[in-house]
Design a protein around this ligand. Sequence first.
Ligand SMILES: [Fe+2]
Ligand SMILES: [Fe+2]
Length: 401
Amino acid sequence: MKTVGYINSYRLQEIERSLEIRIQKEKVQEFCVKHGFELLKMYEEPEESRPDYKPELIKLINDASKREFEQVIILKFDRFGHDDTMRTWVMGELKKYKVETYSLTESKIQLEKVPTAISRAERIRAKVRDIPSLPEIVTKVMEIVQDPRSSASQLSRVIFHDPGLTTRVLRLVNSAYYGFPRQISSIQQAVTILGFTTMRGLVLSSSIFKIFSPKNDLIKTLDYKKFWKHSLVSAISAKKINNYLQFNEEDDIFSAAILHDIGKVILDQYDHENYTLVLQKVSNPLVGHELLAAEEEYCEISHQNMGYMVAEGWNLPESLSEVIRHHHDPMNSIKNKKLASIVNVGNILSHIALDLNSFDAKLFNKEVLDYLGINEDDLLVINSQIIEEIENIGDLESFFK
Ligand SMILES: [Fe+2]
Ligand SMILES: [Fe+2]
C-alpha cells in the first residue's frame, strides 16, 4: 500500500517543536513497518502555518487527487478536531479519492503508545458533523412541552414569533390528515384542539422537513417526492391502525411515522456516494433486511441507527427516537414497543398502497401482528381505508411545500 504521512506540531518553542516532529516521524515510520506499508513521503507543516491555512495539507490533498498514494497517516488528527469544518473537509476530500486515513492519536509524546486507526464510530460521527442543530425555537418548544408548569398561551406565543413555522404548522393542522371540518386559523386554536404533545410533533416534523429538503439536484439519489409520500402514507396508515385498534397513541403517531425513515435522507445527504451504491444494490424497498444490510455494508450504519443517532443528538423525545431506531424490529424496542409496532405495520401498509398493486400478508411480521392483536382480516379492512383516504387526500405533495 502506497502510504504518506502528515505531521504538524502545534508547539511554539523551537526545541519542543523539533523534538515533537522527530518523534512524530518515528511514529509514522514505526506504524508503516509494523503494518507493511510502503512509506512514500511525509508532509510536514511549516512552523508558520496558521490554524486556518495549512499549505502542506493542501499539497497532500492535491496529490491525493492525482492518486499518488492510497493511504495517509495523520498525526494529531485530534487537533483537527478543534475545527470541525477543516476535519470534515479533509475527510471528505480523502474519501473522494478513495484514500484510507489512519490517525495516530497522542495526548502525550510517548514513543511506545500504540497507534490506532480511526474507529468505525469516529468515521460515522464524521458523516454527521455538518448536520445543523435544530433551530432554537424548536428546542424552546420542546422545553415548554416538557415542563408541566407551562401554559397553552406560552406555547402559542413562542410558535407565533416565527412566521415561517406558524405557516408550516397551520398547513399541517389544516391538512386532510387531521380532517377538521373547519379551518384552524391560529396557533392558539391549534394548541387547544391538538394538545401540547401533538403540537410538539408538528413543530418538530415541519422543522425537520425543512432542514432536509434537498438543497440542490446534485446531491440526491433518493427520490424525495416518493420518499415523503411514503412517509406521509405511513403516518396515515399508523393513524388508521391506532383508530382501528382503539389505541391511544395519537399524540406521537404523526411525527413518529412521518420521521421513521429520516435516516435515509441523512445518509443520502451526508454519505451520498455510499448511499448511491446502497440504492443501486437494493431496488426493492419492501425487503427491509436487505436494505439494512446494504446500508451497513456501504455506509457502516443502517438508516435506523443513523436516524436514531441524529435524533439523540437533537434531544428528540424518546418516543420518536425509539421508533426511528426500531421501526424494522419493533419487538426490540423496550419503552415504545407499541408505537414502534404500529409504525412498523404502517410502513408496510404504505408500501402496499404506493408500491404494490396487491395486498400481501407475507410482508408482515407475525410476532408484531400478534403483539398488536391484529390479524389478516383486520389488515385488509385497514388497507382499504388507507386506499380510500389517499384518494381523498388528493395532492400529497402540497403537504410538504
Ligand atoms: Fe425504514
Ligand atoms: Fe419506511
